[in-house]
Design a protein around this ligand. Structure first.
Ligand SMILES: [Zn+2]
Length: 191
């Protein structure tokens, strides 16, 4: 699936505004999020696997920017299979809040976003042991890091966002975040 053929699909169902997301944030994160929206600081993403880096205005006023969303989906694609799907946009909002909170000029490094079953099996064979019902398969998970920032603190803040699952991997210095709804945490302790 190329990004151009997916455009129409990506533009569908854009209902939820930024204010709706920010409304549910804990106090310590809500203010930076609101300031970020006011200052038009871009969401900065990097995919080290494909060496793509984008600076994106995720919101226009209190609306999602459909073009930015499309680029987010593209960056989150299964790069091994070159398959892009529409990922849960709340992940992007959360990444944006975290970037703004921890490092205004930082860039979120996305190690893994959406995964096809084929990639998941390849990872399993390679000994990475990904979860059988991984939310990556449903485009509701992202593994990321923020260079120069304590990922333990990032995991803590991610937990405070109450989006769903949080896995903190100290040795590999990344956080898994997913939007399963019910809160769950695993791997190394961070609270
Ligand atoms: Zn993950």
């Amino acid at each position: 699936m190329s990004v151009s053929t997916s455009r129409r699909q990506f533009l569908m169902g854009l209902g939820l505004g930024a204010s709706a997301i920010f409304a549910g944030l804990p106090k310590c994160l809500a203010q930076p999020a609101v300031e970020a929206a006011q200052k038009s600081i871009p969401l900065r993403l990097l995919n080290p696997n494909t060496r793509e880096a984008y600076d994106l205005e995720l919101f226009i006023g209190d609306q999602w920017n459909p073009v930015a969303l499309q680029w987010c989906h593209w960056l989150m694609r299964d790069w091994r299979q070159q398959t892009a799907v529409e990922c849960d946009r709340r992940l992007y909002a959360a990444l944006y809040v975290l970037q703004r909170y921890f490092s205004e000029n930082g860039r979120i490094t996305i190690n893994s976003g959406f995964r096809t079953q084929k990639t998941q099996e390849a990872l399993r064979e390679a000994g990475y042991g990904p979860a059988v019902n991984s939310l990556h398969l449903r485009a509701k998970a992202v593994d990321f890091t923020l260079p120069g920032v304590s990922m333990r603190n990032v995991a803590r803040a991610t937990w405070a966002l109450k989006l769903g699952g949080v896995g903190y991997y100290e040795d590999m210095n990344f956080v898994h975040m997913d939007s399963r709804g019910a809160q769950a945490r695993w791997a190394d302790s961070f609270l």
